[in-house]
Ligand binder design. Structure first.
Ligand SMILES: *Cc1c(COP(=O)(O)O)cnc(C)c1O
Length: 425
């Protein structure tokens, strides 16, 4: 038969036993048999014992950022903590709890599942999904008391019908498109929209909101136009006798820059995590980044002069350096495009990452020459290296990385959470 007689005739290395046996005794246990370890106990092994790379989240920084935002809100204005995308990579449940304990009033997520996760963790604050989910998810919305953003009559009516059938209300926030053209009923069409759905007794408009496209840019007319359209839309609702509920528009940038956009509530996203939404807010508010990223050295060696390092061997050793390896790579969010363009911190000193960043590992260089008064580093396996964060005067930031990659901090912060354990302090 073909599978016994390979075409090339090679039958070598054909082992009699089909697989390796861990047991040293003759009566070997089956692969699924007893092992001398309590596997349930092993589940409790802390992440720091499993992997030498991790993300640290400073919850006191989250608290600080909530308080800083609240200090700038107009009196009586509510604060909505935006914890979508697993709280921008920081961990939705822990961040949500901290934000609520620090004075946030409501939560926003992007998907129904993100809302369900918060409810399952025992969080009772109002939760808004910032977009209209598929109608098939309506039982989840009602079952877990998660409010949708609404902007199509089809969804609104399906939502109302199901709520009504179960003797429930169907609370929602109306999304208004005032110029960003992502989602929402166009501002001039909201009265028509309301007329289309208003007959349904279960629907309850608990909020009305819009989103700005350019609040983080230098002062611009497009922003002013959006504010104007939104204000007019809210006025039109009131004139028509429709209660818009909680009116909200501001994201982090508008919250920090434009008090006239606070209305009844503001939505704090990126600045909840300690990032400035734009250069204009630097120096005006004391935000603290909550995320740091660390790894321990897993290998450290002298590499002979002119030998290469990592895929492609683009980097060549000068001979007077040690090359250290960290168990963190682009699968952990250390973007491959940062290869050779980022510094880490070892013992309070910047060390340049060298060679291509791999999927699970990357390397950095330590200059071992002694000259002047320069302090010589002595890297050892197990030493902690700061990938993102501060050590003494040395600091590496997601903001810098975002600048290097021509992107925004949101994208990089979210990426760091994928596979790295998160440690809360
Ligand atoms: C993501 C998001 C926010 C938060 O924006 P930041 O700029 O991160 O503060 C607010 N509102 C809506 C509708 C969003 O999608």
């Amino acid at each position: 038969m073909a599978h016994e007689e390979p075409l090339n005739g090679f039958t070598g290395f054909n082992r009699k036993k089909s697989s390796f046996q861990y047991s040293r005794s003759a009566e070997a246990s089956s692969p699924h048999g007893e092992v001398p370890f309590d596997l349930e106990k092993l589940d409790e092994m802390p992440s720091s014992g499993r992997r030498w790379a991790w993300v640290e989240i400073d919850l006191s920084a989250i608290r600080n950022n909530v308080l800083e935002a609240k200090r700038r809100l107009r009196p009586g204005c509510r604060l909505m903590a935006v914890v979508k995308a697993d709280a921008y990579g920081h961990g939705a449940v822990r961040v949500a709890r901290t934000a609520l304990n620090s004075g946030a009033d409501e939560l926003a997520v992007a998907t129904v599942d993100e809302g369900v996760e918060l409810r399952k963790a025992g969080i009772h604050a109002p939760i808004l999904v910032l977009a209209e989910p598929p109608a098939s998810s309506i039982p989840l919305l009602l079952g877990y008391h998660i409010m949708p953003a609404v902007y199509t009559p089809e969804f609104a009516l399906a939502y109302a019908e199901m709520a009504d059938a179960h003797g429930m209300k169907a609370p929602f926030h109306l999304a208004v498109n005032t110029g960003m053209n992502r989602i929402g009923v166009r501002a001039e069409e909201i009265i028509d929209f309301e007329r289309t759905v208003s007959f349904h007794r279960a629907l309850e408009q608990v909020g009305t909101f819009t989103h700005f496209a350019t609040a983080d840019m230098p002062e611009n007319i497009d922003f002013t136009i959006q504010v104007h359209r939104f204000t007019e839309a809210i006025d039109a609702l009131r004139v028509a006798g429709i209660d818009p509920g909680t009116v909200h528009a501001a994201n982090s940038a508008a919250l920090l820059r434009y008090p006239q956009t606070h209305f009844d509530m503001a939505r704090l996203g990126i600045s909840l995590y300690g990032f400035h939404p734009c250069n204009e807010t630097r120096g005006t508010v004391n935000l603290k980044p909550a995320m740091s990223v660390y790894a321990r050295i897993t290998e450290c060696k002298q590499v002979p002069m002119s030998e290469g390092v990592s895929y492609g061997l683009n980097y060549r050793s000068t001979g007077s350096v040690k090359i250290c390896t960290l168990p963190i790579g682009y699968a952990d969010g250390l973007n491959r495009a940062l290869s050779s363009r980022v510094n880490f911190i070892l013992d309070g000193t910047y060390v340049p990452q060298v060679g291509n960043i791999c999927m699970d590992q990357c390397m950095f260089e330590v200059d071992m020459r002694t000259y002047g008064t320069r302090r010589r580093l002595d890297p050892q396996i197990g030493d902690v290296v700061t990938v993102v964060g501060q050590q003494g005067d040395a600091v590496t930031t997601i903001t810098e990385m975002a600048y290097t990659l021509h992107t925004i901090e949101h994208e990089l912060a979210i990426a760091f959470s994928h596979r790295l354990p998160r440690v809360y302090v």
